[in-house]
Ligand binder design. Structure first.
Ligand SMILES: [Zn+2]
Length: 264
């Protein structure tokens, strides 16, 4: 039902597609997003099943509509439920930080890169964070922005932050076009583009993009130390039986949810 990090000490999980009640072929079975074909009741039932397995109340989760931005909200327990149980007049965005208990940060993905964070000070985890980084968010530097915000808001040092890159599409499967290559060049420079957006050997004007490597680079550049950075080495597109993959399914798919919390 979910995968866990080896380095995070907080309550957290990267969901898989297994263990839910969705019965449609493309959402089977743990679809955790509305408007993918399942009824709202089925999605909320899946959320309850998942939350119970993780050990958090489903009502504690915030997960807003995602817009491939670098918008990160500082949230607290009064924001719990936004996106699942409160759906009218809500915000949009792609990341969260908090130092409060009673709220669980949730980012959705189905090939895009979910990254979970925890920040330690004086031997104690004092804050957590979560971001959704598709290629636009990755290029906009949402991963590094989350590190900066954790440091500024909670007075932690980058070396006190642990970050985990969850299951997402890897370079084996992520063929992209000239537009993405140019976006990386313009924003992050030619050297970074050469490292992480590599020309295809068989198709002209196509590239293979390494979003994991790019986010790893940005996190290390932001001051995270290598032993505090973990990569869950599973490509969503290579494992369609285990994960929802936008690329593998050509867009007809359910959605996973990745969560972290300081607890109740
Ligand atoms: Zn792959």
């Amino acid at each position: 039902m979910f995968i866990k990090s080896k380095i995070l000490r907080s309550v957290h999980a990267f969901s898989t597609r297994e263990g839910g009640v969705s019965s449609l072929e493309h959402t089977k079975s743990l679809n955790l997003a509305f408007r993918r074909g399942d009824s709202d009741e089925v999605v909320l039932k899946n959320l309850e099943i998942f939350a119970e397995a993780v050990g958090i109340p489903p009502e504690s989760i915030i997960s807003l509509p995602q817009i491939h931005s670098d918008i990160i909200y500082k949230v607290g327990r009064s924001d719990a439920g936004e996106g699942y149980y409160k759906r009218a007049n809500i915000r949009e965005g792609d990341g969260y930080i908090t130092d409060e208990k009673g709220i669980t940060l949730g980012v959705k993905a189905a090939d895009c890169v979910p990254i979970l964070f925890e920040a330690e000070k004086g031997g104690k985890v004092v804050a957590v964070g979560a971001v959704h980084a598709g290629w636009r968010g990755s290029v906009a530097g949402i991963a590094a922005k989350c590190v900066r915000m954790l440091c500024e808001e909670y007075g932690v040092a980058p070396k006190g932050i642990r970050a985990v890159i969850g299951p997402c599409i890897h370079k084996c499967c992520y063929e992209v076009g000239q537009d993405l290559r140019e976006a990386v060049e313009n924003r992050l420079g030619g050297e970074v583009a050469d490292l992480f957006v590599v020309p295809s050997t068989c198709v002209e004007d196509k590239y293979f993009c390494d979003l994991v490597g790019l986010n790893r680079h940005l996190l290390l550049d932001a001051g995270i130390i290598p032993e505090n950075l973990e990569i869950i080495d599973l490509c969503t597109c290579c494992h369609p039986e285990l994960f929802f993959s936008h690329r593998f399914s050509k867009g007809k798919r359910g959605t996973m949810l990745n969560v972290i919390s300081l607890g109740l």
